[in-house]
Design a protein around this ligand. Sequence first.
Ligand SMILES: C[S@@+](CC[C@H](N)C(=O)[O-])C[C@H]1O[C@@H](n2cnc3c(N)ncnc32)[C@H](O)[C@@H]1O
Length: 257
Amino acid sequence: MAALNPLLTKVFRGPLDLNGPIIGRIFYVFEYVRSYVEERLEAFDARFGTDTSAPTFERNQQTDVHFYVPTTASIIYSILSILPLKSEKFTFVDMGSGKGRALLVASEFPFQKIVGVELSENLHRIAEDNVKLYKPESQQCASFDLKCMDALEYAYGDEPVVLYLFDPFGREILQEVVANLEKSLKAKPREAYVVYVYPQYDDVLESSSVLRKVAEGGPKWQPWSQYVIYAATTAAAERPSHDDVRSASAVPTSKAA
Ligand SMILES: C[S@@+](CC[C@H](N)C(=O)[O-])C[C@H]1O[C@@H](n2cnc3c(N)ncnc32)[C@H](O)[C@@H]1O
C-alpha cells in the first residue's frame, strides 16, 4: 500500500484532482450552473452592473491554480459582519481575487485599504472594471489596490490584516502563503484574521503556530460556502477580544444560504 501512495497521490492530485484537467472541467460545469442559479437568486451583477458571477476556466489553467468562481455574496457579508473591525484600520487582502467579487463586498465594510492579488491578467482587468462600476451608497472604503501577481510574491504591510481565501490554490501554495503571513506576523505582531472559504486544506492553517481557529460556519450542505476563521495569536494585548468572533460563529445560515 505504501508503494501505491505516491502513485495514488499523483493520480488524485493530477488528472483526477477537482481542479485538474479531467474532473476540473466537470466541476467547472457544476460551478457554472451553481453560479448561474446564485446570480438569479442574489442578482449581484444585475444590481450593480458588474461582471463577477460567471466562472472562468483559463486556456492554460493549471491544477494548483484553481479556476475562477466567485464567493456567494451573502456569505462574504455574513463573514465580514462577524469580524471585529471596529478599529477601521485593517487592510483586506483577497489572495486570488479573480473578478473582484469579494473586494467589492469588502468595500461595504470599514477597511482602510482593499487589496486584490490575482495571477490572471484577464481576471485582473475585469476586476479593475468592476471596481470602477461598483458605487453603492453603503460603500465605506474606496481605496482599492489591485495587483496582477502571484500570491507567493505578495509582501504584507505593517497594518492589521484580514486575509481572505476562497479556495484559490492547492495545498503547496497555501502552505507558502500561510508561511509568508506567519513570517510577517512574527516580525510585526499585530491583529490579523484569516478567512478561508471552502476550506479544503484547513489542516494547513490548523498546524500554524501563530493562528488559531476562532469561528467556523456556513450552510451544512453547501461545502463551497463553508468557512473557517483564524486569528493571529501574536497580536498586541489591546486587540479586541476574539470572543466577539466566537460568539458570532453560528452565523445565521438562513442569511448565508
Ligand atoms: C475560486 S477563485 C476566488 C475568487 C475571489 N476570491 C472570490 O471570492 O470571488 C480563485 C482565484 O485565485 C486565483 N489564483 C490561483 N492561484 C493564484 C496565485 N498563485 N496567485 C494569485 N492568484 C491565484 C485564480 O486565478 C482565481 O481567480
